[in-house]
Design a protein around this ligand. Structure first.
Ligand SMILES: [Zn+2]
Length: 251
């Protein structure tokens, strides 16, 4: 049985038996890994703290035949604000579900790991949750090879002119030129402001997010477009969104 050490974020946990958990981890260099944490539901167990959802930790793991098993774990950051603030918790739940649903086990993607840790870190700031979610979506989709096409027409690769209302097609995977938008009925409205904000967020550094002025309508439209785009790639809806809309009081 091989042993490996890795940093990871806990995406989700399932109870197993009386005192154990199965952790779904997103590791720095092995991608998503499922591992048992024996005894981690017992008070004062050495794996209890590191076996909580969202925890960023350093793990020593046995590579098992079927399931890996956590031998040791130390907390790097427990992100207490993700547990104490319901809005932050709801957004963090959405991000970990996105990662869980779109990734396969043992498919390394260090970029996704760094993005998740980086955005969890920035969620410390108040009021940026919504646009951090958009930043995460746009970068995450790019890192897993599903970036929405925003430069040229997603259907014919023709030029996009921003002198009128645009349309976005989840099926085609991006923005459509005036000619292609006439041939499709399954598209969403995309205002020029939203189009420009999406391109800006997709390309900016995370610490520049707070300087961008975004209108409420733009935030809403951007969220709607990315939600449709993400849903198009999933067989069933994301559970965490229901929680997020309940906490936020809007869909
Ligand atoms: Zn076109």
């Amino acid at each position: 049985m091989a042993l490996y050490r890795t940093e990871a974020v806990v995406l989700r946990t399932y109870n197993l038996g009386e005192a154990d958990k199965i952790l779904t981890l997103f590791t720095k260099n092995r991608g998503k890994v499922r591992a048992t944490a024996r005894g981690s539901r017992r008070p004062r167990n050495h794996l209890m703290g590191v076996s909580q959802v969202f925890t960023h930790g350093s793990f020593l793991i046995f590579r098992g035949k079927n399931l890996d098993s956590v031998s040791q774990g130390t907390i790097i950051d427990a992100w207490l604000y993700l547990r104490e603030d319901l809005i932050k918790m709801a957004y963090a739940s959405y991000l970990v579900e996105l990662v869980d649903r779109f990734t396969e086990e043992y498919d390394p993607n260090e970029g996704v790991y760094l993005l998740l840790v980086g955005v969890f870190n920035y969620l410390r700031k108040d009021g940026l949750e919504r646009r951090l979610a958009r930043y995460f979506e746009l970068n995450f989709l790019r890192l897993i090879g599903l970036a929405p096409q925003l430069e040229n027409c997603a259907s014919c690769n023709g030029e996009i002119s921003v002198d009128g209302a645009l349309r976005f097609s989840p099926q085609e995977g991006g923005v459509l030129c005036p000619r292609c938008r006439q041939t499709r009925s399954d598209t969403l409205p995309l205002s020029v402001g939203t189009y420009q904000a999406m391109r800006w967020i997709a390309a900016c550094d995370v610490d520049r997010l707070s300087v961008l002025q975004i209108l409420e309508d733009t935030e809403k439209e951007m969220e709607e477009i990315l939600r449709n785009f993400i849903n198009f790639h999933l067989e069933r809806p994301l559970k965490s969104l229901e929680f997020l809309y309940t906490i936020r009081g809007t869909s």
